[in-house]
Design a protein around this ligand. Structure first.
Ligand SMILES: [Zn+2]
Ligand SMILES: [Zn+2]
Length: 412
C-alpha cells in the first residue's frame, strides 16, 4: 500500500505547476495544470510529457492564476476538473476577454464546503491569502497518508488571518508538505496590504492632479486597497469595463466594492465597449451605463484612473492625457516592465512629466513566513515547488526532499 507523488513540473521553476498524487490502486489526483510563465503566447502541447494521459484522473485547480490553470484545455476531455466557485468565475473572465472562451467546465467547491471525496481521496480545501481571489491550500488524504499543498500563498494580504489561524491550529499529521517558494532568495520588502493602502493615501493627498494606476484587475485585494484609499481622500476610483466585469461576477453576497458603490465609476470607453459588445455582452455593458463615466469627464483632478495599454488610445481621443500635475503608479511586479504591454503606460505618463511612484507588495509569502509556515505545520517531509532558489535556500524548512520534474517518490 504505497502512495506516490510526482511533481511533473515546478521543482525548478515558478509557475507551470503540475503535481500528481497516486493511490496504490491506481486512482490519481492532479494538483494544478499550470501554463509555464515563459511559454510563448498561443503555444500548445505544453502538458508535461511525464503525465500519463492514458488513464483517467481528477484535476484540482488551486487558484485562478494561469500558471496554475492555463493548460486545462489540454487535459483529456473525460477528466473532471475541480476548483473553487469564485476561481471558476475568474477563469471564465480570462477566457472571455482573451476571446478564447473555455470549452471546459468545472466541478466546484467553496470556502464553506469542508472535506469532500473523489474516489479514494478525501480533499479539504482551505481558503488562503494570495493575490488571486479564491485561492486554496489543499489537504489530500488517501491510504493513510496526508499531503498539504500550499498552492500560492502569503501572510500579509487582506486575508492574512486565514494563514495565521491555520498556523495556530495546523492540519495534524502531515506526511508531505508541498510548499511554494516564490520569494526565496529575495529580500524585497513585503508590505501588508494595509501599508500599501496607507502609501496610496499619501500619494493621493500629495498629488495635485489625477493618479493613474496600472494593476491586475484580478488582484481583488489591490482593487479594494485602491477603492479604500480613494474614498479616504475624497477621490473617485475610475475602473474600466474589465475590472467592472470581474467585480460584477464575484462581488455578489460579499462586502467587495462593485459598480453602484459611491466613489466608484466605470469608464465605458469606445474601444473596450465595442469589444464587449462584439463578444455578445451588450447586456453587461448596458447594465454598467448607470454607473458609468465618460472618458471626457476624467479631466477632473479628483480621479484615480485605471490605466492599461489598451486604454491609452481611448483616453487620448477623449482628451485624457497625463500632465505634470498627475502621478502614475505601476502596482504590479516590477519584472513585468520589461514587456512593452506594461512599460508603455509608464512611458506615456513619464514623458508627460507626471510624477512616478511604485507602490506594490508581493502576492507571495516572504522567506521568513514560508519557513514559519513549514515550522508550524511540522510535516514529516517538505517537497519544494514553485521556486527557483530552493537548492540554496532550503535551510529552515525541516527535512526537505528535493525532487526532479517527473521523478516519482513513494511517500514513506
Ligand atoms: Zn503561481
Ligand atoms: Zn498565484
Amino acid at each position: 500500500m504505497t502512495v506516490s507523488l510526482t511533481v511533473h513540473r515546478g521543482t525548478q521553476q515558478i509557475g507551470g505547476s503540475c503535481i500528481e498524487i497516486a493511490h496504490p490502486d491506481g486512482d490519481r489526483l492532479i494538483l494544478d495544470a499550470g501554463r509555464p510563465l515563459d511559454a510563448p503566447d498561443g503555444a500548445t502541447g505544453l502538458l508535461p510529457t511525464s503525465l500519463d494521459r492514458t488513464r483517467l484522473a481528477n484535476v484540482l485547480i488551486s487558484h485562478p492564476h494561469q500558471d496554475h490553470w492555463g493548460l486545462v484545455e489540454e487535459i483529456p476531455p473525460a477528466w473532471p476538473i475541480w476548483t473553487g466557485s469564485g476561481s471558476a468565475k475568474l477563469i471564465a473572465v480570462t477566457g472571455d476577454v482573451t476571446r478564447r472562451p473555455l470549452a471546459r467546465t468545472f466541478e466546484t467547491w467553496d470556502s464553506r464546503s469542508g472535506p469532500f471525496s473523489i474516489g479514494p481521496f478525501i480533499i479539504t480545501p482551505m481558503l488562503t491569502d494570495h493575490s488571486a481571489f479564491d485561492a486554496y491550500m489543499l489537504v489530500v488524504e488517501t491510504a493513510g497518508k496526508r499531503i498539504l499543498y500550499t498552492g500560492d500563498f502569503r501572510r500579509h494580504g487582506r486575508k492574512s488571518t486565514l494563514v495565521d489561524r491555520m498556523m495556530a491550529k495546523p492540519p495534524a499529521d502531515i506526511d508531505v508538505l508541498l510548499t511554494e517558494g516564490t520569494n526565496l532568495g529575495s529580500d524585497k520588502p513585503v508590505k501588508t496590504e494595509e501599508e500599501v493602502e496607507r502609501d496610496f493615501v499619501e500619494l493621493f493627498k500629495a498629488t495635485k492632479g489625477r493618479v493613474f494606476v496600472s494593476w491586475s484587475g484580478q488582484n481583488i485585494d489591490r482593487t479594494v486597497t485602491l477603492y479604500r484609499a480613494a474614498k479616504r481622500t475624497n477621490r473617485t476610483l475610475a475602473i474600466d469595463l474589465y475590472v467592472a466585469d470581474v467585480l460584477d461576477r464575484i462581488a455578489e453576497g460579499t462586502g467587495l466594492p462593485r459598480p453602484g458603490f459611491p466613489n466608484l465609476k466605470v469608464v465605458v470607453t469606445r474601444g473596450l465597449g465595442s469589444y464587449y459588445r462584439s463578444m455578445g455582452r451588450e447586456g453587461f455593458v448596458e447594465r454598467m451605463v448607470p454607473f458609468g463615466i465618460s472618458a471626457k469627464k476624467l479631466v477632473d483632478s479628483r480621479h484615480v484612473i485605471m490605466l492599461r495599454r489598451a486604454l491609452i488610445g481611448d483616453y487620448q481621443r477623449s482628451g485624457v492625457v497625463p500632465t505634470a500635475d498627475d502621478a502614475y503608479n505601476f502596482s504590479m511586479w516590477r519584472g513585468y516592465l520589461s514587456q512593452p504591454y506594461h512599460s508603455e503606460p509608464l512611458d506615456w505618463c513619464k514623458s508627460a512629466g507626471a510624477s512616478i511612484a511604485y507602490i506594490h507588495t508581493s502576492g507571495h509569502a516572504s522567506p521568513a513566513d514560508l519557513r514559519a509556515f513549514a515550522a508550524a505545520v511540522h510535516p514529516k517531509m517538505v517537497v519544494p515547488v514553485h521556486g527557483i532558489k530552493w537548492d540554496e535556500e532550503s535551510h529552515g524548512f525541516g527535512p526537505v526532499r528535493r525532487l526532479a520534474d517527473g521523478e516519482t517518490m513513494v511517500i514513506p
